[in-house]
Design a protein. Structure first.
Length: 340
């Protein structure tokens, strides 16, 4: 009996003598859960504010400014979308869109023919040595100044635009030099070489879609190789002397020819005047002879006597002797007596 009553006394379903402590614990646990829920609501609100601020900053990061000398290239998911000019613009923030801003007005330059290994043996050929059309070698130094005219092509159509410009410039310059004579390259019209190089280079780069604009081309140097400089200078001096002699001869000719032409004109005029005088005199003599002949026909004896006297008068005027008729005396005459 005792064991049975013990069992009954400890029956867990018997709540007649149960203390109020477990109920208090349940209430306390419920309160804690409610407080935790309130704290969670407060935390969620703060988290939402942070997310909102970050989202706002992310959205406004899409604004960008393009300067007047720049172009903006917009990529959407890695693919070209548009090119924007100067002003304030907006694009979808990363990673949806990206913007590359390029200064298109900045002038860049490359030099061709600059011997970076200047301490090498001068007999070694470098990129500055080019073959002319008459199979001579010239030492060329050329500067190419360029900028960007299409930012999209410049960024994405060519992997290394600077190298492309240099290689293309070398190719074009060698072609032009190869079609020219050495003398024309060194002492000729350099502006023609520069203009031809710029035109051909721009056409080639446009074909490659490099987005590059050639601003100007300047031929800095065009000399013969060092090994033949002295001989070339001698030839140039000889040509200079020949040109000087030619100029002096032309100057002398310009001075003498007008004088000779003037003298020839003078002689011609004198001859014409002499011709006219002779003709006039001959015509006068002929006319006089005709008049004498007419007079002779009318009075032959008188005319003959007059002609005789005129002739004798003309002849005796030149004589140093005077012939007098016998018995004629004159006070102006002195007789000459023979000594023997």
């Amino acid at each position: 009996m005792t064991d049975k009553s013990t069992v009954l006394d400890t029956n867990p379903w018997d709540t007649a003598d149960e203390s109020p402590a477990p109920k208090a614990k349940v209430v306390d646990f419920t309160t804690k859960i409610a407080k935790m829920q309130n704290a969670g609501d407060n935390f969620n609100g703060f988290y939402k504010i942070i997310i909102g601020i970050l989202l706002f900053l992310w959205l406004i990061s899409g604004f960008y400014q393009v300067q007047p000398s720049e172009q903006g290239v917009v990529l959407r998911l890695g693919k070209y979308a548009e090119t924007t000019d100067a002003g304030l613009h907006y694009h979808l923030p990363y990673p949806f869109e990206q913007v590359y801003i390029v200064d298109i007005s900045k002038e860049r330059s490359i030099n061709l023919g600059v011997n970076e290994n200047s301490y090498r043996d001068s007999s070694e050929l470098t990129e500055s040595h080019m073959l002319t059309g008459d199979e001579n070698i010239v030492d060329i130094n050329l500067t190419v100044v360029w900028n960007i005219k299409n930012a999209n092509d410049f960024l994405f159509k060519t992997r290394t635009p600077e190298s492309t410009v240099k290689v293309a410039a070398q190719s074009v310059l060698r072609e032009i030099i190869g079609q020219s004579k050495m003398e024309d390259v060194i002492t000729g019209d350099r502006n023609k070489i520069e203009n031809d190089t710029k035109k051909e280079l721009q056409s080639l780069l446009d074909g490659f879609q490099t987005g590059v604009n050639i601003v100007r081309v300047k031929l800095q140097k065009a000399d013969p190789p060092k090994q033949v400089v002295d001989a070339f200078n001698e030839v140039q001096r000889a040509k200079t002397d020949a040109e000087r002699f030619k100029n002096e001869a032309e100057a002398y000719a310009n001075e003498v020819l007008p004088k000779a032409e003037g003298e020839a004109i003078k002689r011609k005029q004198e001859a014409e005047a002499y011709k006219e005088a002779v003709i006039s005199k001959a015509e006068g003599e002929a006319q006089r002879f005709s008049s004498v002949y007419d007079a002779y026909k009318t009075g032959k004896l008188v005319t003959s006597k007059r002609l005789y006297l005129e002739t004798m008068e003309d002849v005796l005027q030149k004589s140093k002797k005077v012939i007098m008729e016998p018995g004629q005396k004159s006070s102006n005459m002195m007789p000459i007596l023979p000594l023997k």
